[in-house]
Design a protein around this ligand. Structure first.
Ligand code: NAD
Length: 285
């Protein structure tokens, strides 16, 4: 039956959110944002209208270059050097953000590293380093963000949620990875950290989710794609037949940070070209 144009609407008639400025007025912090995935995410959040804190550990010039790119979109940005595995440095980073931006709406827990070795040769120092940065760093930053989200609550003119946290995980939260036991352990830990946080804080309208990238072209994994034989070997693991680019992750992050994903809570979004589809089983097994 045709609906009369005089009948009241059964759905919101609010104008659709403009995709390109979906984060207008929001304040974001991206850790590890002067390289690879974090850099692309920070720039994309700025392009979507958010003001962005660009966290990094080394490389002042590359951090400033990211800040400049974000400012070109008319958003505010500054770089902040801090080790995400240091409780004091994380606290100081958030204190400065509260001073300069007033609050936080979006945390992208992205900083991460690898210290690879055969299991029997893995030093305690390399085990601790990876767990401290990749897992404890996410805990420390998320705790500060949640405190501020709880203090401030929902501001409906800004977002339907009181805050959003995106944890950068990896396909290795699922796929065991020989030679990288510390890294895979950190990512497996991120999965349950993210899900436990999400379950606990969802009633306060805080959305916690994760992105699990597959193989993305960044400095962390140069040896996996820089030569032709290495790239071809990598492609045997990627049904979609191409390496991922940092922008593939950045687009997913903008969506997860925006109200377009308002009912998405405690989910891991795999952005991996099908790597987790066990391509070795495509023709047998
Ligand atoms: P990258 O090496 O290009 O960037 C890592 C970033 O983390 C850098 O900005 C670095 O400064 C920062 N960082 C390292 N230690 C830090 C610390 N203690 N405090 C603050 N910042 C620190 O690597 P990337 O590929 O862009 O990785 C980003 C995230 O994506 C990591 O968590 C990584 O595990 C994850 N990831 C990457 C891939 C991939 O294929 N590239 C796949 C899955 C997951």
């Amino acid at each position: 039956m045709a609906t009369s144009i005089n009948q009241p609407p059964t759905r919101s008639t609010a104008p659709p959110v403009t995709v390109h400025r979906v984060l207008t007025g929001q304040k974001a912090l991206v850790t590890g944002a002067n390289s690879g995935i974090g850099q692309a995410v920070a720039i994309a959040l700025g392009e979507a209208g958010a003001d962005v804190v660009v966290n990094y550990i080394d490389g002042d010039a590359s951090a400033e270059a990211v800040v400049e790119k974000i400012r070109k979109f008319g958003a505010k940005a500054y770089a902040h050097k801090a080790d995400v595995s240091s409780e004091d440095e994380v606290a100081a980073m958030f204190a400065r953000m509260m001073q300069q931006f007033g609050t936080i709406d979006i945390l992208v827990n992205n900083a991460g590293l690898q210290r690879d070795s055969a299991f029997q040769d893995m030093t305690l120092a390399n085990w601790n380093k990876v767990l401290n940065v990749n897992l404890t760093g996410q805990f420390l930053c998320a705790r500060e963000a949640v405190l501020e989200f709880l203090r401030r609550g929902v501001v409906p003119s800004i977002s339907s949620a009181a805050g959003k946290i995106i944890c950068m995980s990896s396909v290795h939260q699922e796929i065991p990875w020989g030679g990288h036991a510390n890294y895979a352990t950190s990512k497996g830990g991120i999965r349950l950290l993210m899900e436990s946080m999400a379950q606990e804080v969802a009633p306060k309208r805080i959305r916690v989710n994760a992105i699990a990238p597959g193989a993305i072209r960044t400095p962390i994994n140069t040896s996996a794609w820089e030569t032709r034989p290495a790239y071809e070997r990598l492609m045997t693991l990627v049904p979609y037949g191409r390496i991922g680019e940092p922008d593939d992750i950045a687009r997913a992050a903008v969506w997860l940070a925006s109200d377009h994903s308002d009912y998405v809570v405690g989910t891991t979004l795999f952005v991996d070209g099908g790597m987790t589809l066990y391509p070795g089983f495509a023709t047998g097994g």
